[in-house]
Write a protein that binds this ligand. Sequence first.
Ligand SMILES: Cc1cc2nc3c(=O)[nH]c(=O)nc-3n(C[C@H](O)[C@H](O)[C@H](O)COP(=O)(O)OP(=O)(O)OC[C@H]3O[C@@H](n4cnc5c(N)ncnc54)[C@H](O)[C@@H]3O)c2cc1C
Length: 698
Amino acid sequence: MSNYIVLVKQVPDVTQITDNAFDPETGTLIRSRLASVINELDCQALAFANRMKQLKGNGSGKIIALTMGPPMAEEVLQYSLSRCADTTILLTDSSLGGADTFATANPLACAIRKIVKDIFGGNNDYYVVCGMQSVDGDTAQVPAQIAEELALPCIAYVTGAEYRGNHLEFTRIISGGSQTVAARKLPAVITVAKYEYPLFATYAATRQAAKTQIIRWGAADINAPHIGAKGSKTTVIRVFPPGKSSRKCRQISDAKELAKLIVGSFKDSAAKTGPGGDSQAARYVLPAKRANIFERNLEGTKKESEDYKILADTLAGLGLTSISQIDNAVQEKILTAAGEHFHKKALEDMIAGLKTTGPAYTGQVWVVAEHNAGVIHPATLELIGKARCLADDLETKAGVVLAGYKPDSMTRELIAAGADNAYIIDDKLLDRFDPAAYRKAVADCINAYWPQIVLFGATPQGRMLAPMVSYRLGCGLTADCTGLDIKDSSRRGLVAILMQTRPALGGNVMATICTKNSKSQMATARPGVMKSLTPDYTRPGKIIRHNVNLTDSDISLEIIKTELGTGQVNFDAEIIVSGGKGMQSRDNYEKLVGSLCNALSSRLGIQVERGASRAAVEQGFIERIHQVGQTGTAVGPKLYVALGISGAIQHMIGVANSETIIAVNSDPGAAIFKQCDYYIVGIVEDIVPQLVNELEAK
Ligand SMILES: Cc1cc2nc3c(=O)[nH]c(=O)nc-3n(C[C@H](O)[C@H](O)[C@H](O)COP(=O)(O)OP(=O)(O)OC[C@H]3O[C@@H](n4cnc5c(N)ncnc54)[C@H](O)[C@@H]3O)c2cc1C
């Protein structure tokens, strides 16, 4: 008899964010102006746990819904009770507030231990079922960190379950395909990426829910060592609105105008530019190497850089050349000279900060390589490009960890991409990606060398591995970064730290985060955002072997089936025409995408490739190798044409580097219209043939 602990969370309703939800002064979100809802993927997790229980046919198994949050979070427990939960627990305590994912996973794992002891009577036949991520944080880190704390197998990105033999098998999303797996032992953590069979409340269940007591626990009940802001490993430096999209978002009235625009742009345009993305505005220079000892113009926030500029100018005006000259009397003079700019305490902190000239962290900048069947994931090469820049700024080496079975043939490419050192962990048990075995190998290697920065690709694999590795090593982790820069936070006494910028709240805000209380700064970065370097196969590089003691008991999952795309595709083509679920059928996809590809190719004399959304691939319109996006391929053509694609974040991440994006969609409110350059509102069956005619007409 299995039991199920479902983690549910109350989140702000990010779909309803309006302009007045932001503080005009600070640009930060005023949460009280937003309605609170249950995290959608947690609803799906609840329904999924109920399905697992039915599949196992054990009517006596219990479903426990657990949430951590303020007292009002009991609303999500009422929701859970009225669907399928037998028991609900609210973990609430002011000392738990302000936590990052590390200090969220830790108390939740302690609460799970208490549930197992007090409610399950020590029975270890249970699953922890969670939504893959919550819409406020969007990190997907907490479930994997809970698994790490409890030493449980973790099956992430699950979309389905079947009961075969005497165990549950799960289908899950992996990079470039899907996989069927089972946990080798229970308990296990499951994260649900998609389960579209919602549960509805019945009158009887709602009445019963109203009568059922919610169990309340405080911090003292669970005795967790890492809680709240104090137990966190990351801190938010600033929150700001996302920059306006650089896309034109211009509606085009008809196919004739669109054809003219496409042909015109190919006539006039210069050569294709390389992938854009996160480029550092100003190269970082260590304070000890700067021309002026008072120069602090590379602070984490613009305001702090400006304050230090005022301070440097004031000190120069007073004729000072050394920090030791700044005594109490000088401080008074500075306060008078700088006028209203500083409070006494702020000035003291700034002056104390000037005394810190050495970097807060030492060691190399590392990337954890991802590969499949001897092929390096493009995100790894992009990250090595970034690591190279960061390492140059920090005057250290760039390294890459390559774990696998006989992976040596890939090292040349990693070094050519910019790495100085390749750390190879070669073991038969690393033949296939097993989260538990890989996290042990990678964490062991990090623990031996302690690089100051470790970067992972924000792919399904990286988003699974990074939280386990970072939690195991007691380090902070920032998910899905779109910006990584070395900056100072001199007032905090921190120099040369990694500023990690990422979107949050469904892309409605950006946050810059830095690591604290950790030996290494860790982040995952979105594929397609960082810039890979032109490979240089003459670069010298060092290979360092690292042995890890792995045994069969380190393998957590039984891999039953892996389905990956086959065939060939050239995503370096100058134009990619992609079809989505809106193509309706394989025939339609073939007819419409095929004819547009041919027309563009013969009119412009260039190669045009076919792409697809994940939904189109899942509908069987085209083979998986053509999938574009987070779990497909990140592309950067000169022109990307999206036909019948809604514009989900996971798709758009993969096309962000396209020079021009054109969309055709029948829904006037389609999200893609806010993320493209030109669009036509209309059905593809009408628009595409017209466009083909126009292109063929000359
Ligand atoms: C972990 C994870 C990873 C993922 N990775 C990826 C990924 O790599 N790539 C990816 O694409 N998705 C990915 N997804 C899925 C993603 O969230 C979306 O579900 C998917 O992109 C939707 O595909 P779609 O736009 O084709 O379908 P839908 O969202 O169903 O949109 C179809 C669109 O077609 C329009 N339409 C319908 N009929 C017509 C017509 N006749 N003419 C014109 N327009 C029409 C509709 O208005 C609608 O906007 C991932 C999801 C998860 C959870």
